[in-house]
Design a protein around this ligand. Structure first.
Ligand code: ZN
Length: 420
């Protein structure tokens, strides 16, 4: 028989069940919420090693494209001339010329070619995910990133003979602009004293010197910028940490040795012709997965030699770049994110290296999901604040976080420190 007390009991049960299933969000506190993950020194060495290897930085090989995003490398140009302006490469010609050179380089970067060497047949052709942008000095509206210098002592380039100066840094030290954050490209005439020698070859040539490049032969040959895009890209490859491939080991298994033929010709140059960017050839337009992995590693790692040349577009969020983790994943490279991360129930996200979160973003760990911070660091790489780790709780059951003692969380508004 129905009685009023049955209704009361039922209401109480509903209230209890309702509060047990109530969903709340709360900031992660390492001391309260983090389960300590113990690692021996040996384990740490082994587990952190992939952060330094190129494999995790190969474009299109990661679960999410954003883990190896398109990188914008900032460049500027310096046009060297004698004080009498005898090398007729003045602003009305040179500025459009270097803009077109930049455009031609970007066309090559956007159109990676299959490797032409027979031994490299079948090598995957991946997007390079890199492009150049001319970078004037910020807050200087009149600056276009192309600079002119008239200097009788330093204008000339000499790549052979006793007056050889191609590796000399003086012109770079004197004229480089934003040298720590922009790739400075110097376009120089071959020195007339050397050109006067019948044995001197005043052809297109260049050299990479740290975060600067010196190029010569562009003016004298009179050829269009497209003819020098490969040569310039080759030197940029050196700046990105790549080595020549044809004779010695460059640390890549997918760049076979070959005779380094510039053009097709007599055997062995009838078939063994490379089109790889790091060889000497007419095309210089093919990048292997290993070369791309190495370049992106040096652009992505916080200690990467070329990272400072990047446009820092990861400081704040970009629409449409939130990541949803719905299956188990391990991030083994250093990453710059452009949005929030959400670890879904049943999924486990393991992070071993440095990850930058955009300002104001959050890493949400749902109830039933697991985040493993196995070393590495979570921070905004531009020194801005981000929300930090947020746990979803369903009643007493919250998202799980396991954290090693060497993992770090910085710049998070919800967390004072990251040590468990
Ligand atoms: Zn080279």
């Amino acid at each position: 028989m129905w009685r009023p007390q049955h209704l009361i009991a039922g209401l109480i049960l509903l209230l209890v069940a309702g509060s047990a299933c109530k969903t709340t969000l709360r900031p992660f506190q390492a001391g309260r919420d983090g389960k300590v993950l113990e690692r021996t020194t040996e384990e740490r060495v082994i587990l952190r090693k992939p952060c330094r290897l190129y494999d995790a930085y190969i474009p299109d090989q990661t679960v999410h494209g954003d883990l190896v995003p398109e990188r914008v490398i900032r460049v500027n140009y310096h046009i060297l001339n004698s004080r009498d302006t005898s090398h007729r490469f003045l602003a009305e010609i040179a500025t459009p010329y270097v803009r077109e050179l930049t455009r031609q380089i970007n066309i090559k970067l956007a159109n990676n070619l299959p490797m032409s060497l027979p031994a490299a047949t079948g090598t995957p052709v991946l997007p390079t995910r890199m492009r150049l942008e001319i970078a004037p000095i910020p807050q200087m509206p009149w600056d276009d990133g192309v600079y002119y210098h008239f200097d009788d002592d330093l204008f000339g380039y000499v790549h052979t003979g006793r007056n050889r100066n191609n590796s000399d840094m003086q012109v770079i030290r004197k004229y480089a602009i934003q040298p720590d954050s922009v790739l400075n490209i110097f376009i120089m005439p071959h020195h007339p004293d050397s050109v006067a020698s019948p044995t001197y070859r005043a052809t297109g040539t260049g050299i990479a010197l740290g975060k600067a490049i010196k190029l010569a032969g562009l003016i004298r040959t009179g050829l269009p910028p497209s003819e020098f895009a490969g040569m310039t890209l080759h030197e940029i490859g050196h700046v990105l940490g790549l080595a020549h491939t044809w004779r010695y080991s460059d640390g890549c298994d997918d760049t076979p040795h070959h005779p380094n033929c510039f053009y097709p010709g007599e055997p062995p140059c009838d078939s063994l012709i490379s089109n790889n960017v790091m060889d000497y050839n007419h095309w210089q337009q093919a990048w292997t997965p290993c070369q791309l992995g190495k370049a992106h590693r040096n652009l992505s790692r916080r200690t990467g030699t070329a990272r400072s040349l990047l446009q820092r577009d990861w400081c704040t969020s970009l629409p449409g770049h939130d990541l949803v983790i719905s299956e188990d994943e391990t991030w083994e490279g250093e990453v710059d994110l452009y949005g929030d991360v959400e670890v879904m129930p049943g999924a486990r996200l393991t992070i071993r290296c440095a990850v930058s979160f955009p300002a104001g973003s959050r890493l949400l760990v749902h109830s039933g999901a697991t985040l493993v911070l196995d070393g590495g660091s979570l921070a905004n790489d531009c020194g801005l604040s981000w929300q930090g780790i947020i746990l979803e709780c369903k009643g007493p059951r919250c998202g799980t976080v396991q954290i090693t003692s060497d993992a770090e969380i910085r710049n998070a508004t919800t967390l004072a420190g990251g040590q468990p």
